[in-house]
Write a new protein. Sequence first.
Length: 298
Amino acid sequence: MSGFSVEVRDLTVRYPAWRRPATTALDGLSLTLEPGRLHGLLGRNGSGKTTLLSVLAAFRRPTAGAVLVDGEDPWENARVMSGVCLVRESGDVQGEVRLRDTVRLLEQVRPTFDRSFAESLMDTFELDPRATPTSLSRGKRSAFGVVVGLASRAPLTLLDEVHLGMDAPSRYAFYDALLADYVEHPRTVVLSSHLIDEVQRMLEHVVVLDRGRVLLADDADDLRASGTSVVGPDTAVDAFVAGRRVLSRRSLGRTVQVTVFGRLAPDDVAAASAAGLELGPVDLQDLFVDLTAKEGVR
């Protein structure tokens, strides 16, 4: 299987109190990312997504804990770092260098970079190769970040909210390009996003962070099956969900919809049918919102 593996054990990252109160961005976080899969990294603002990706890319050292990328500590590790590409919204490129010159430089310094693919993507996103990043709109700068990330074809490609600022057609062009190239050139991809409804169709494995810890980590299909929507008369629904973990409840008159977490046994499904209740799937976005909603906020 192609791509780098990732092992994170008891990872803690604290930001010191220089200009603001001390902050614990990651708090004893542990997870495993299998190689050659497309992972979704989901979480509310401030959940620790960017900090985690920065540690994996050796942009930041952990306060405590261990990180292994392809079996080795990535910090100051030239072999590992040559196979890791972290791209944030702007692509982290020099603002006054023309796009075509940046592409030529990346071809020289990144062993897996595909210049012809990069130029094709620039055509897709209507990027003028003579332009500089500072002369571009926010959406176009984000598009060039996508070009850098996808054309790198790094064994570990980390895409941190790279679609910010892009309009809907450009975002969907990015998703299509990512899927097509991932199938043709398998590697480990971690896609951080808050646009869960748009990206969930692509994800094979999902990690949900909440306040610096792993809230959930599982295959996407298994996560979808871990929640169930129950709809019916309020008394019947309340009786059915008693003792279960209820994530959300919505009412319209005497009809209610309740989302429960946990798999239903065949006997539960039969009991729901006998009570006249309607059971339905829960998509990743609904599950994410319900699991990470603050008390009193939906």
